[in-house]
Each structure stands twice: as structure tokens, then as C-alpha cells.
Design a protein around this ligand. Structure first.
Ligand code: MG
Length: 154
């Protein structure tokens, strides 16, 4: 059985090192492992959707993601909460199943997760402040990508 119903990822600073298209250490293995376990995966980013797709292509992870939601070609961006909603729709969901984590390195990611009933999981590997993530609602803060598996074990 899949450890999570689905997982939503922020892109910059979560899947990639901040401001780069290089993968954060351990992220590729996590994404590939989740995909292999049958977990539906989505990206929700303030980057443009086209750029996000290209970054995922470069990481060799594009095929693992069923939904990639970001800024439109017209540059319009209505906030992280809206883009997370779009990512969920891309997974065919209007409401996320209980226990669906959203991973992000910014307080806004945590707030968007809370707004959609996702489990807000902060990531600290890009240098984000753990206390700021917790203040924004993070129920867990990961220091390494493979720590996510423990959250799905119960
Ligand atoms: Mg980020």
C-alpha cells in the first residue's frame, strides 16, 4: 500500500537548491521512491509552469509527476494557495485525502497546505528557518528528504 495518498512539492528550495536547477541532495531518490510506491505526485510553484517542467526534465523526474502547476504564460500568479489548488486539480482532486503532505521551504507553502487540508511539512535543507516554518503551521520539519518516509509509516 502506498505510504501517502499523494504528495505535493514546492520546487525552488525544496526539490532544487535555492535559485538553481540542481537537485537538493536526496530529493531525486525520494521522488523516485514515492513514484515507485504508487504515490501521486504534484509540483506547486511560483515559477512558471514551463520552467518548472524543464527543471523536472533536467532532473529526470518529469515522468514521476502527474501534475505541475505554476505561473501561467501570461505571468499571472494568484498566490501559492491558488497554485496548490491547481496542482490538486491536476491530480484529479478537489479535496485532498487525509494524510496528504505538502513539502515546502517557505512559510507561504505551509499556509497554502493548511488552506487545502494538506499536512504542512517544512523542509530545512535549503537553509529555511525551522521556527518560521513551524510558526506558519508546519507539523514536521525535515532535515533530509528520506525523513519523509517515517511520516507515512503510521
Ligand atoms: Mg521554495
Amino acid at each position: 500500500m502506498a505510504p501517502f495518498p499523494a504528495v505535493v512539492f514546492d520546487l525552488d528550495g525544496t526539490l532544487t537548491l535555492p535559485g538553481t536547477s540542481r537537485p537538493a541532495p536526496g530529493v531525486v531518490a525520494l521522488v523516485e521512491g514515492l513514484h515507485a510506491a504508487g504515490v501521486d505526485l504534484a509540483v506547486a510553484t511560483s515559477a512558471s509552469t514551463a520552467v518548472a517542467r524543464r527543471v523536472l526534465d533536467d532532473l529526470g523526474l518529469r515522468g514521476c509527476f502527474a501534475a505541475v502547476a505554476g505561473r501561467g504564460v501570461d505571468g499571472r500568479f494568484e498566490g501559492k494557495e491558488a497554485v496548490v489548488g491547481e496542482a490538486l486539480l491536476g491530480l484529479g482532486l478537489t479535496v485532498a485525502a487525509p494524510g496528504t503532505p505538502m513539502l515546502g521551504d517557505a512559510p507561504g507553502d505551509m499556509a497554502a497546505a493548511v488552506a487545502h487540508g494538506l499536512v504542512p511539512v517544512g523542509v530545512a535543507w535549503s537553509g529555511a528557518r525551522e521556527d518560521a516554518l513551524r510558526a506558519a503551521g508546519a507539523t514536521a520539519v525535515l532535515h533530509r528528504p528520506d525523513e519523509l518516509w517515517a511520516l507515512g509509516a503510521s
